[in-house]
Design a binder for this molecule. Structure first.
Ligand SMILES: Nc1ncnc2c1ncn2[C@@H]1O[C@H](COP(=O)(O)OP(=O)(O)OP(=O)(O)O)[C@@H](O)[C@H]1O
Length: 302
């Protein structure tokens, strides 16, 4: 049985649809990445699931109950830009959040203390939040989302604003939290999605364009990929390569070129003819496997 079933979910602001007809399910115990470029509709989707905004169409059920019930016992939410009262200590803040979730003062105090230890900021219980680093604030935000022992934790871009150390800390924490609850987190960073998620929901312009495990998506979309390196990047290379009949997608980064092809053999022949005809300084030709980044770029550039 799924923990959440989303059916035909749409949201429009002033007549403009920003989330379009999403249908998906989240199974208990999974960590799912909601992946998409800026403006794809990730935050809006999470806000719909958290009950902060109402859908224009469609419905969401948690444990087979509709969203119209009080869902505070089901979800924990970390917004993309969490706001803290800097003058409060971490403990004070969590106790305050716990009481908002109907915990008694003593229950909230006990839970707050456990959670600060759990997310690795136990030493800062009595420190004012204004003194916390970015990584510590994000850990506190995650602790806040866990106060009501939710079945589902939703984290909106939990690591995007962090430096590499903070990012590593929070990704490690997410890997640990997978044992306790279902996690849905949004990101536009492919490595993060690959590193911690069991499944991916790929969102583009408000639509769910792909969904499945990393292996499923890789197998489903595995196509030929050719990597070329030139000693000098010729003019109009991208435009010329895109004209070759079997080439599906071309990315040029300085002197390296990635080509996605529907027919590796045919593309090789076309490419070598093109390189010879133009007398281009090709220094490397390699056949590679497509990655999640290739799939993402292909979908997003369509
Ligand atoms: N309250 C609102 N009123 C009007 N338009 C909105 C509102 N909230 C979001 N939008 C629009 O909906 C679209 C999707 O925004 P959303 O924040 O959900 O995307 P996102 O994928 O989270 O983007 P980002 O990665 O940049 O945070 C954007 O075009 C945004 O301007």
């Amino acid at each position: 049985m799924s923990l959440i079933a989303v059916n035909g979910l749409s949201k429009a602001f002033d007549g403009k649809q920003v989330v379009k007809d999403l249908t998906f399910q989240l199974e208990p115990g999974k960590c799912v990445a909601l992946l998409g470029p800026n403006g794809a509709g990730k935050t809006t989707t999470l806000r719909l699931l958290a009950g902060f905004t109402r859908p224009t169409e469609g419905n969401i059920t948690f444990d087979e109950q509709s969203l119209s019930t009080d869902i505070r016992n089901y979800v924990g939410y970390l917004p993309q830009f969490p706001v803290f009262h800097n003058w409060m200590t971490g403990m004070e803040f969590l106790i305050y959040v716990g009481q908002l979730s109907y915990l008694s003062k003593s229950e909230a105090t006990e839970r707050a203390s456990q959670l600060m230890d759990r997310v690795g900021i136990g030493d800062a219980k009595k420190q004012r939040i204004g003194k916390y680093s970015g990584g510590m604030r994000q850990r506190l935000g995650i602790a806040q989302a866990l106060m009501n022992k939710p079945k589902l934790i939703m984290l909106d871009e939990p690591v995007s604003a962090l430096d590499p150390i903070g990012r590593r800390e929070v990704l490690n924490l997410m890997n640990e939290l997978k044992k306790d609850a279902t996690i849905l987190f949004s990101t536009h960073i492919l490595n993060d999605a690959e590193e911690v998620s069991d499944e991916l929901l790929l969102l583009h312009r408000g639509e769910l364009v792909e969904q499945g495990s990393l292996d499923q998506l890789n197998n489903l979309h595995q196509t030929g990929k050719i990597e070329l390196t030139f000693s000098d990047n010729p003019d109009s290379l991208k435009e010329d390569l895109e004209k070759l009949s079997t080439v599906e997608h071309v990315d040029v980064h300085n002197r390296s070129v990635n080509i996605i092809t529907s027919d590796e053999d045919a593309t090789r022949k076309e490419l070598l003819q093109y390189v010879t005809a133009k007398d281009l300084p090709l220094t490397k030709y390699e056949v590679a496997k497509t990655t999640l980044e290739d799939l993402f770029m292909k979908v997003v550039s369509k």
